[in-house]
Design a protein around this ligand. Structure first.
Ligand code: GLN
Length: 489
């Protein structure tokens, strides 16, 4: 029954419900696929028993006619989500062996909805990166390859394990987190869908913090519908997160419609930047045509502060990270390396526990928060962030959703991007929506000349995930994108 793994979540749900197959068959097929895909290095921990346990509960519930929405669906969980009793390391050496005594709200919501867990998914250390190369577990290898080449490609990051697992059909869907693009860029690289909801839709409780004012969880899956199904289960108010939105969760799946008549799509002129491959700009133009065909009208918009978004992000995110990561001191969690006295133990633990990119961020963050430079960098960045938000507020007076490319390139090779600043440029289109807390999604649009997927990016107004999903559906129906990587692992 290997073809079970090529089905969407909606198809698995419906097939299970109609009695075509049992949840146990689905879980066993996925467990076997996960075990056979070690070459991708997508999972840091495999939890086949967890998936089987949830499947048994689903099979039993089916007999009693009482099914939660995700009964029979096996998922991968990014290693940033605390999972009770199961290693949770955020891709870092400093948390090796850490088994939380609690469960993150998002993963608990998914379990309550009936989903099983196949394992924890590899990621960039503390979600800092765009290629999965900063993981203490080694890079994830993308299931995709360039035409006529065996060069290992990155699946993007930081949710690279999630993207690779869904693209390789070793998870029906996965959780991701997005601080400045980490759901959308890997989704684009892997030819799958991923949505970051409005800041506050998904509880951050139990998700290892990177930059608290930006971090949001969201789903990654093969289709727009699957993302709607998963997001409905993940989202919701949580009194344990003070930034969680106390609002009902919309029924995004039943609200899906690819008829965009009456909708205005904004095209921001500042996103036409130099150095972006012609194929990506051509796909963007194609995306415009698809949305017009779905009934939308096009408006040119301006987001004048776009050019400051990356520098602003690379002040605010490291600042918050340096403060959040102060808790890893060898006393409370994971690794402890003895040194001379208490300070010696702190330094030895942190020197050995953190990788180079995390150390770079902690140093940048500490610098921009230091008494002498706080106003020049951190306060200034907060002000620019407010201007970026204002740009979007004004733009959404004139349009309902914004269309851009997701990333300025297709997947690159492992080891090909060594300059940190070049790596940061991956998120040039993704970061503004993060700073503004807006919902944004990547949907596959097509393949480039090398046979690698390219994504289109939709940014919506606050709380309007529905229009983002609907525009995504309109693109999905028209692009006819069904390409999957050829199996080599
Ligand atoms: N690539 C960006 C960074 O390195 C975004 C990461 C993320 O969204 N978690 O910070």
């Amino acid at each position: 029954m290997t073809e079970l793994t090529s089905r969407t979540i909606a198809q698995l749900r419906d097939g299970f419900r109609s009695g075509e197959f049992s949840a146990r068959e689905v879980a066993e097929t996925y467990n076997a696929a996960v075990a056979a895909a070690k070459a991708l290095n997508a999972y840091t921990v495999e939890t086949p028993d967890d998936a089987l346990y949830a499947a048994e509960a689903a099979d039993k519930a089916r007999g009693q006619g009482n099914l939660p929405p995700l009964a029979g669906i096996p998922l991968g969980i990014k290693d940033l989500f605390a999972t009770r009793g199961v290693n949770t390391t955020a891709g870092s050496r400093i948390l090796k062996g850490f088994k939380p005594p609690y469960e993150s709200t998002v993963s608990a919501n998914l379990r309550k909805a009936g989903a099983g867990m196949l394992g924890k998914l590899n990621m960039d250390e503390f979600a800092m990166g765009s290629s999965n190369e900063t993981s203490a577990y080694g890079p994830v290898i993308s299931p995709w390859r360039r035409k006529d080449s065996n060069v290992g490609l990155t699946p993007g990051g930081s949710s690279g394990g999630s993207a690779a697992a869904v693209a390789a059909s070793i998870a029906a869907g996965a959780t991701g987190t997005d601080t400045g693009g980490s759901i959308r860029q890997p989704a684009a690289f892997a030819g799958i869908c991923g949505i970051k909801p409005t800041y506050g839709r998904c509880s951050r409780w139990g998700i290892v913090s990177f930059a608290s004012s930006l971090d949001q969880a969201g789903p990654m899956a093969k289709t727009v519908r699957d993302c709607a199904i998963l997001l409905e289960a993940m989202a919701g108010f949580d009194p344990k997160d003070s930034t969680s939105l106390d609002l009902p969760v919309p029924q995004w799946e039943s609200g899906l419609s690819s008829n965009l008549s009456g909708k205005r799509v904004g095209i921001p002129k500042e996103y036409r930047i130099d150095g972006v491959p012609a194929e990506i700009n051509a796909l963007w133009d194609q995306g415009i045509e698809w949305l017009k065909d779905a009934g939308a009208t096009l408006v040119e918009i301006s987001l004048p502060h776009t050019k400051y978004a990356l520098p602003t992000y690379y002040i605010i995110a490291p600042a918050e990270a340096s403060s959040n990561l102060a808790r890893y001191d060898g006393v409370r969690y994971g690794l402890r390396v003895e040194g001379e006295g208490l300070n010696g133990m702190y330094s030895a633990t942190r020197a050995e526990g953190f990788g180079a990119e995390v150390k770079r961020r902690i140093m940048i963050g500490t610098y921009v928060l230091s008494a002498g430079f706080y106003d020049a960098y951190f306060t200034k960045a907060q002000k620019v962030r407010a201007l970026i938000k204002q740009d979007f507020r004004k733009a959404f007076d004139r349009c309902d959703v914004i269309l851009t490319p997701t990333a300025p390139s297709a997947a690159f090779g492992i080891g090909e991007t060594t300059d940190p600043l070049a790596m940061y440029l991956n998120d040039v289109f993704a970061v503004p929506a993060s700073l503004a807390g807006l919902p944004a999604m990547s949907v596959p649009g097509g393949l480039d000349g090398q046979g690698l997927p390219l994504g289109l990016h939709l940014i919506g107004n606050e709380l309007d995930e529905q229009t983002v999903l609907n525009a995504g559906l309109a693109i999905e129906e028209r692009s006819g994108f069904t390409a999957r990587p050829e199996k080599w692992w």
